[in-house]
Design a protein around this ligand. Structure first.
Ligand code: ASP
Length: 325
């Protein structure tokens, strides 16, 4: 959106067609509400690269605003100028935070234009390399023996890793000490160093570490086993005994409320083109992510999906019993 100054000194908003036809005429920033190098960041960086061409070669820059389970970055975008140059790439946390926080610094369904959905990504339950357990049954024994002493890393209240860990603790009825980070990239570093014991994290961050044998891998959080070579022998938590356990992370793109429809339409078209980019598809598939090809690619449909996710997770989170102010 451009502002023009009239001879009377009044500022008028110029949203006319020709101005929007130029969009984007400067770099676009995608805010990632977690630290650099983590799973959300990886998806965002790959997507930024794939969206550049359909956006006429314009640069798409990533800004990491980690903290408070993704709510700080989301709040920043909710308050950003609604001109199409500041976007948010968030995950399932946008729909679990309303149930996890008593108050949020933004309104999930009212403060954003929904651009579209990107992918679905399962999580893995992993442990530090020195953990004396090599499969889920051994992990369970170790957890029983270490009740109250287990350090469970996460990316803060409202993060996917927090949601997964919360469900894990309530299904196992084992309380753990949660250690919050601003994203699971620094949490992974501490897990590798043995400062924390276990963590749930997206396959986009764990596949390489599992493949290289740098972390212990115990299970996947999806309802079905995965086909990615490094992950295909891992049981689902459901088959390992936690009946009904199914946490599937997804990512979407959002713009501040009031971003002109012509702009969000352009962004949606660029998103659709990016999701057909063979390099992007290859990278995502290798990391266990599934690209969206259904109606949720559309902004309105994605918003409906987020509404359904808020309704789905609310009672589950309530039953697991954990909130923050
Ligand atoms: N995987 C993190 C989470 O727990 C977020 C991240 O660092 O991308 O939500």
């Amino acid at each position: 959106m451009k502002t023009l100054r009239t001879s009377l000194g009044l500022v008028v908003l110029a949203l006319a067609g020709p101005v929007l036809a130029d969009y984007p005429d400067k770099p676009i920033t995608i805010v990632v509400p977690f630290t650099a190098g983590g799973p959300t960041d990886k998806v965002a960086r790959d997507l930024a690269e794939a969206m550049r061409k359909p956006l006429g070669g314009q640069s798409v820059i990533i800004e990491n605003v980690g903290g408070a389970g993704g709510t700080l970055g989301a709040a920043k975008v909710a308050r950003a100028p609604n001109d199409g140059y500041t976007l948010l790439l968030h995950h399932i946390g946008i729909s679990t935070a309303p149930s996890l926080y008593r108050t949020l610094p933004y309104k999930t369904l009212e403060d954003f234009e929904y651009v579209g959905m990107v992918n679905e990504v399962p999580m893995t339950l992993i442990g530090k390399p020195t953990l004396p357990a090599s499969n889920y049954a051994e992990l369970l024994k170790w957890m029983e023996a270490n009740k109250g002493k287990i350090n469970l890393a996460n990316a803060g209240l409202g993060a996917a890793s927090h949601l997964c860990g919360l469900l894990l603790q309530s299904s196992l009825k084992i309380d753990m000490q949660t250690v919050p980070y601003k994203g699971t990239a620094p949490a992974m570093n501490d897990l590798l160093g043995g400062q924390v014991d276990i963590m749930c994290d997206q396959t986009t961050n764990t596949t390489g570490q599992i493949e290289a044998g740098k972390v212990k891998a115990f299970a996947v959080t999806s309802s079905k086993r995965l086909t990615t070579p490094a992950l295909k022998n891992l049981p689902t938590l459901d088959e390992a005994g936690l009946k009904g356990f199914n946490v599937n992370i997804w990512h979407g793109v959002y713009a501040p409320k009031g971003t002109p429809k012509a702009v969000t339409d352009k962004l949606n078209a660029a998103l659709r083109a990016a999701l057909k980019d063979p390099d992007f598809i290859k990278r995502e598939e290798a990391l266990g992510a599934v690209i969206i090809t259904d109606a949720r690619l559309g902004g309105a449909e994605h918003k409906k999906f987020v509404e359904a996710e808020i309704a789905k997770w609310g009672p589950i989170i309530k039953a697991a019993g954990q909130y923050a102010d």
